[in-house]
Design a protein around this ligand. Sequence first.
Ligand code: NAP
Length: 324
Amino acid sequence: MKKTILAFSRVSPSMLEPYADKYDIVIMSPEMGDMDAQFEAALPNAHGLIGGNRRLGEVELASAKNLEIISSISVGYDNYDLSYLNSRGIMLTNTPDVLNETTADLAFALILATARRIPELDDWTKDGNWSKTIDASHFGCDVHGKTLGIIGLGKIGEAIARRGRFGFGMNILYSGKTRKPQLEEELGARFVPQEQLLSESDFVCPVVPLTAETRNLIGQKELALIGAEGILINVSRGPVVDQDALIQALEEKTIRGAGLDVYVKEPLTDSRLFKLKNVVTVPHIGSATSDTRDAMAKRALDNLLMGLEGQWPRDLVNSQALRQ
Ligand code: NAP
């Protein structure tokens, strides 16, 4: 009997076509109607799931009696209930590495856009306000030579730090769980306590996974330490930052600005953030370039096929699942 693959998002039919002889393949698509209904109909027969951006836990997977592996097209895996997957012996894989540079590009775009107030001044120019030369009310702040603080100098954090160090001559501070002596040498990065990082950095970027420990890592107290000249950039996960506290700090200008790719609730359709000029918002586009999304889908497909063929998938997140 052929195993069934259910592709629930982010995979093109042409990518799966070469495997149609070996697997039954179900590809969901908005043109075929309600996505949740398609998912529920296909799930009981699925041995492997591939896609991204769908919350999957005990309730959603109750009918997935044949499921062996979920191949997530993302690096973060906070959408999945790991302990439940482990208890069922279901493997979970992710797609690290291939999106590091693209996500770091976006973080840097947010740093520049926020510091130099690009979206705000773009609107201002297009609204026909440029009738005489600009004055200090339009000035931004420098990026080059300033201090960039990375909380979580992992793969993406490192790629952001490289841009800051070698592209913009920035001083790099970092905090986190472990020291990285090689990066300290290469980037001149200094490992400091988080409170020191928050108060000494001009730009603060948390680049940590969302876990119980990192939820609300940046709250009211941390925002106060960032201070009126500091800018917060979040490309990690929305709940890493206390969004209400951030909005209050932006409204009261107790921090200078923020550049946000991620939010507590996504999609973000209405928010007090939309009324603020000192925040730049983009719709979770960290890895959203054609090249990178293709590379992620390819890596996820490799993981899926390895899992279904009885091999140890390259990016297995939960080896515990195989010990059940
Ligand atoms: P990574 O290589 O695993 O790096 C994560 C870093 O966070 C590591 O340096 C880790 O420290 C640190 N960390 C973990 N828990 C911490 C804590 N409690 N306090 C301080 N530091 C902590 O992951 P990555 O590939 O860079 O990705 C990071 C996150 O970015 C992902 O989990 C994902 O949620 C998010 N992301 C978002 C987008 C987007 O589209 N916006 C795209 C890709 C990724 P150690 O090195 O000491 O373990």
